[in-house]
Design a protein. Structure first.
Length: 335
């Protein structure tokens, strides 16, 4: 008789599905979250391979795994996952993880507002959640300091030249004006949008010649975000399509992307301290944000962003991973 791994998780969505993995796995060792992430990568990658890839997940599935905290102030730690590995930061999974923690009892629900801190690789995430009857109606989190890195021009195969604005919000985003390309930002335009992003990655690679002085390294292109300004009477409002490698279009506005976008618009003078910023996905889901200006650790200008939305519970899962299963580690079908 062989022994099956049994793992427990809670699924939420806000257009984008994220699976919070709560128990059924060994302790993730490390004195810091960076050490825990390295230990996870070296010893426990079977978790995201099994639970986020097909047949138990899909190529757009996001996730997180809960760890012991590494600081006195935090309720727990978190490592953000995707089907092929880890993210240092992920706003979508922050919303889902915080909601799962409250609704599962990992964190005590305090009404009307529950506040707690989560340790992450990028630092502490300060959570504030509106709660009524034990159900979370909105989660807001203070993201890491975010900032504009710089801009450059790139050429497409058809010789059109475009401007790419690079900004950091936990990940690096390359922002592109959709109108400059004549792009419709809609679900049915996904093949065209993804194709342009893939062409740019092929031509440019992910690492850029643009120096990120705050991180003392070259900036990367973790995602491309195609944007269109929306007319709005209630704040600065943008419709966006986020694309991440090797070629998937995000279903939500993106929390780290909203942070990076606010930093860009602040640097361009379009957004001020306290202004409401709304970022809308091609599915019509919205994230709301605001910020206070800050001075970065190396003296540059940035923002302290706060981003919020509601995540909806989809299910509580008790997964069985049978070692005899030919797809115990999952699979990813080519796009």
């Amino acid at each position: 008789m062989h022994i099956c791994n049994q793992v427990f998780a809670i699924d939420h969505h806000h257009g984008q599905a994220s699976r919070t993995i709560l128990s059924g796995y060994p302790s993730i060792r490390g004195a810091t979250m960076r050490e825990k992430a390295a230990y996870y990568s070296d010893n426990m990658s079977w978790i995201h391979e099994s639970l986020l890839r097909e047949p138990r997940g899909h190529r757009n599935m996001l996730g997180s795994i809960v760890t012991d905290p590494v600081s006195d102030e935090a309720a727990f730690g978190v490592i953000f996952l995707h089907p092929s590995g880890m993210f240092d930061g992920c706003g979508d999974s922050t919303f889902a993880t915080a909601t799962a923690a409250i609704e599962s009892g990992l964190v005590k629900a305090v009404e009307p507002i529950t506040r707690f801190t989560i340790d992450s690789v990028l630092g502490p995430l300060h959570i504030e959640a509106d709660v009524n009857g034990g159900v979370v109606s909105e989660v807001r989190f203070g993201n890491v300091p975010s900032y504009c890195v710089g801009s450059f021009e790139a050429a497409l195969q058809d010789r059109r030249r475009i401007t790419i604005d690079v900004s950091f919000g936990g990940l690096y985003y390359g922002f592109i004006d959709a109108d400059a390309l004549g792009l419709e930002l809609a679900p049915e335009a996904e093949p065209q949008i993804v194709s342009i992003a893939q062409e740019l990655w092929r031509n440019l690679g992910q690492e850029l010649a643009i120096k990120d002085d705050e991180m003392d390294r070259n900036a990367k292109l973790d995602l491309f975000t195609f944007v269109r300004r929306q007319s709005s009477e209630t704040g600065c409002h943008y419709l966006v399509a986020n694309v991440y490698p090797p070629g998937s279009m995000g279903r939500t506005p993106s929390g780290t992307g909203t942070s990076a976008h606010m930093a860009l618009r602040a640097a361009q003078g379009e957004l001020k301290d306290g202004d409401l910023f709304i970022q809308e996905s091609v599915l019509g889901m919205t994230f709301r944000g605001h910020f206070t200006a800050c001075t970065l650790s190396r003296g540059g200008l940035g923002i302290n962003p706060v981003v919020g939305t509601k995540s909806y519970m989809m299910g509580i899962s008790h997964f069985v991973i049978d070692p005899a299963d030919p797809f115990a580690r999952g699979f990813i079908m080519p796009a």
